[in-house]
Design a protein. Structure first.
Length: 456
């Protein structure tokens, strides 16, 4: 197990001044400090850099133990002097502010940072001449897009294209290293995806570049209003004619990761039952595709867990009939899918319920040492369907030397919640720069931040 640190300064002690902590005193946390079971559920008052959690499928409580809440935060301006809290030994600096809706961020091989400013319908580019946090140049790369989110460069080593995932499909732009603006009209690879409800789409390529993965979230919470109880033509016919766990009605081709050739042809299902795979990435060490998933709402504060998982070809992850294995959703027990029992893939890393993870990246750099290399970072947007607020942070997922997740994760950047009702920051995108620093976006205040190792 890698070394963890736990903050000794309480976020709440600083909130009365309206200023989020700029520095936290830290100390080593022994293995026994890992929060497990009910202690791992907690809320934002228990968050601080280095706090570690391990949540298991056996920790699930029955649905309805707590009443479902509508507890959306009030997003307020960032207080004067506010800073995210990060572990001791790291610096955090603001990169850019004033953005409309900064979501996914990705570094091009030449070190330019591409950002999906989603509600503005644009992709922006930031260049850093001498490293550091302040861009030397910035530009709008493309406009007129429909809720752009995921961004990918293809081929990976020497990209000729920039792919941009929109809520209704996918475009690609001809690209050469150093382009700050698109030089020609984009090519639409497909535009036949339903953009309603969950609209965050991501795109990533297989290690050999032959397969393109495109994630599509569900059009509903649990098939309510979008699916009949049984498909037209009967369930048996549907099962025999579709891959494992494919939903029907308006949910067909949704709650899934779809696979294509790089030109957008030959669509097929790669994995199903993923309610909202909002962010994807490639694990370089293993070649696996990973995604983070927002699970369903309205079953209580701690049911079911959100998660990060490697995505297996042909796997079914439960939505809408089951969750975290063979746990049936009570809203479908009148029309059970008993044929799916025992065929549901359990996710790799479970998060506090309603954390709303939106993006994931692996830390493949040597810059921060072996305790970080091979781990992953996840941006959590934060809860709305929970009585006690959680999420609103960047966390680090722990992996062993073989690239296998331990299931444990640490708080890495916290301090975005002001009080039980209000927040100033909602993390989304995460990306590792060529120098090994970590960048993350948050769309509460419209900012991007850089975390770097402090000079020794």
């Amino acid at each position: 197990m890698k070394l963890a640190v736990i903050a000794a300064v309480s976020t709440m002690a600083l909130m009365s001044s309206g200023v989020v902590a700029q520095e936290a005193t830290t100390s080593a946390a022994p293995d026994s400090a890992v929060l497990t079971g009910e202690a791992a559920f907690g809320d934002y008052t228990k968050d601080a850099p280095g706090v570690r959690r391990l949540i298991k499928p056996s920790d699930l409580v029955p649905p309805g133990v707590t009443q479902s809440a509508s507890n959306a935060p009030g997003t307020v301006p960032m207080p004067q002097g506010a800073m995210p809290q990060v572990p001791s030994g790291f610096n955090v600096e603001m990169v850019v502010s004033g953005l409309t809706n900064p979501r996914a961020i990705r570094f091009a091989p030449n070190g330019d940072l591409f950002l999906a400013n989603s509600e503005a319908g644009e992709v922006r580019v930031y260049r850093f001449a001498n490293g550091g946090a302040k861009p030397s140049e910035e530009s709008v790369y493309a406009t007129g897009l429909m809720q752009p989110y995921g961004i990918a460069f293809y081929p990976a080593a020497n990209p000729q294209w920039v792919y941009v995932a929109e809520s209704n499909g996918l475009k690609r732009f001809a690209y050469k290293a150093g382009d700050l603006k698109s030089t020609a009209a984009p090519e639409t690879l497909f535009d036949n995806i339903n953009p309603d409800h969950h609209w965050t789409r991501d795109v990533v390529f297989s290690p050999d570049g032959k397969t393109m993965y495109y994630s599509v979230g569900s059009g509903s919470n649990v098939g309510d209003g979008t699916m009949q109880r049984t498909p037209e033509g009967g369930l048996d016919a549907w099962i025999s004619g579709h891959p494992l766990g494919v939903a029907w009605g308006e949910e067909e081709r949704r709650a899934a990761v779809l696979a294509y050739d790089p030109d957008g042809k030959n669509e097929r299902y790669f994995a199903t039952g993923l309610r909202n795979c909002a962010g994807m990435t490639l694990q370089e060490q293993t070649g696996d595709v990973w995604c983070v998933v927002n699970e369903r709402d309205e079953l209580g504060d701690n049911v079911p867990f959100d998660y990060a998982t490697s995505v297996k070809d042909g796997a079914f992850y439960g939505w809408p009939w089951f969750y975290i294995g063979d746990n049936p959703d009570p809203r479908w027990t009148d029309t059970p899918r008993d044929d799916l029992k025992g065929k549901i893939t359990i996710p790799d890393v479970l998060f506090q319920t309603h954390s709303a993870p939106l993006n994931i990246t692996f830390y493949n750099s040597d810059a921060w040492g072996p305790d970080y290399k091979g781990d992953a970072f996840v941006g959590m947007h934060g809860s709305w369907n929970r009585n006690s607020r959680t999420g609103y942070k960047v966390v680090k997922l722990d992996f062993d030397s073989s690239g296998k997740p331990t299931g444990e994760y640490d708080d890495f950047a916290t301090g975005f919640v002001i009080d039980p009702a209000n927040v100033w920051g909602r993390p989304v995108g995460v990306a590792v720069a060529p120098d090994g620093s970590l960048f993350f976006s948050e769309d509460g205040s419209g900012t991007v931040w850089r975390v770097s190792k402090a000079a020794q």
